[in-house]
Design a protein around this ligand. Structure first.
Ligand SMILES: [Zn+2]
Length: 370
């Protein structure tokens, strides 16, 4: 009899822990030391700060960080504890980026409008994407001087020093408020990666200066160090896509294999401009598109050009002397509805902040008669 009871109890317990994978499904008693943490992602902005199509010189409300900014502010209002990250490929991809890098250049002492925007929105950390190399390492170095947050990448190495070219990871210390109003200090490890294909794509800019190490191998090398240094959770800013193709070290889309590394808790994906969770990934194995989990890890990819905001909601509980993720859900929010109708207003503060370079770019294009 006793054995049967124990067996039943085991089943009930495992059923309960299974249901807690969905935040909305959690029905257990409120833990005194339970913290809700919301992680926000932008990715592949490609210099689309404005809701503007420079090729047709007209407003385009399907793109622009001035729109995503409104979603960011709304998402922050709904949650006590939030973090904001950019997953890379933010400097190049439209005429504004080209104008600043190739025509006007950076004015001394003036911050690049992309980093001015990131500073204004108070990003907690950002990743470097492959396109950040397109204007050369010199331009990138100058532009990055204006970025006030940690700028991360772990798998691009300096040839001269045989060490990471950028800061490989950071541990953010954040005071968070639990459900009973008590504060705690949380250590959030953040590490970033990008495809090794940069050495081919940007050969002229990079050869002899930097080299790229495989993403998954680099992750396996670094995340135990980040954990050792006291990170309660680890977030990967993975500027790489999602594919379950058989693993090979130089895979351009490494997210699936990053989810299998035990120490990595959360993955912000990018590079392929897809939406995760989304129907494109219907046949991906071990994937739950309802909760946005791959191999039980929350993953989000917020398309591109500021069209979506990626959101991962975590519930952390202090158990057995450490913070554990007891519920998680990932999803994205769009700046437009399915017909392209705007769902959010333009953030006026951000618009004012980047207006000058935007107008200069439009003037330049008009003068060219394009
Ligand atoms: Zn990319």
């Amino acid at each position: 009899m006793k054995k049967t009871m124990l067996f039943l109890l085991t089943i009930i317990t495992s059923l309960f822990s299974f249901s807690s994978t969905s935040l909305t499904a959690e029905t257990g008693p409120v833990n005194q030391e339970s913290v809700d943490l919301r992680i926000l992602e932008t990715t592949d902005i490609h210099a689309d700060l404005m809701n503007y199509d420079y090729y047709q010189t007209k407003i385009d409300n399907r793109i622009g960080l001035v729109k995503t900014a409104t979603l960011i502010k709304e998402a922050r209002k709904e949650s006590k504890n939030t973090l904001l990250f950019d997953d890379g490929d933010h400097l190049k991809g439209n005429p504004l980026g080209e104008y600043l890098a190739r025509i006007r250049g950076m004015k001394k002492g003036k911050t690049h409008p992309v980093y001015r925007a990131f500073n204004y929105l108070k990003y907690d950390a950002i990743a470097i994407g492959n396109h950040e190399f397109n204007y050369g390492l010199g331009f990138l170095k100058t532009a990055l001087k204006g970025a006030k947050m940690p700028v991360l990448n772990a798998n691009v190495y300096s040839v001269k020093k045989n060490k990471p070219y950028f800061k490989p990871y950071t541990i953010l210390k954040r005071t968070v408020i639990d459900q009973s109003g008590k504060t705690h200090e949380l250590k959030i490890g953040v590490i970033a990666f990008m495809p090794t294909q940069i050495m081919r794509w940007d050969k002229a800019n990079l050869e002899g200066k930097v080299f790229a190490k495989p993403i998954v191998e680099t992750a396996k090398e670094y995340v135990p160090i980040v954990k050792e240094k006291g990170a309660d959770i680890i977030i990967a800013l993975a500027h790489t896509g999602i594919s379950s193709e058989p693993y090979q070290p130089d895979t351009e889309n490494a997210v699936y294999y990053l989810t299998q590394i035990p120490e990595i808790d959360v993955i912000l994906a990018g590079h392929s401009h897809s939406v995760f969770p989304g129907p494109v990934f219907q046949s991906l194995p071990n994937t739950n598109l309802e909760t946005g989990l791959i191999n039980e890890k929350p993953v989000v990819m917020a398309a591109a050009f500021g069209s979506r905001l990626g959101i991962i909601d975590l519930k952390l509980s202090h158990r057995a002397g450490k913070w554990q993720i007891v519920a998680r859900k990932s999803y994205t929010k769009s700046i437009t509805d399915e017909n392209g109708k705007p769902l959010v207003k333009t953030d006026k503060g951000l618009y004012q902040l980047v207006k000058e370079e935007h107008e200069e770019t439009v003037d330049f294009i008009k003068k060219l008669g394009l």
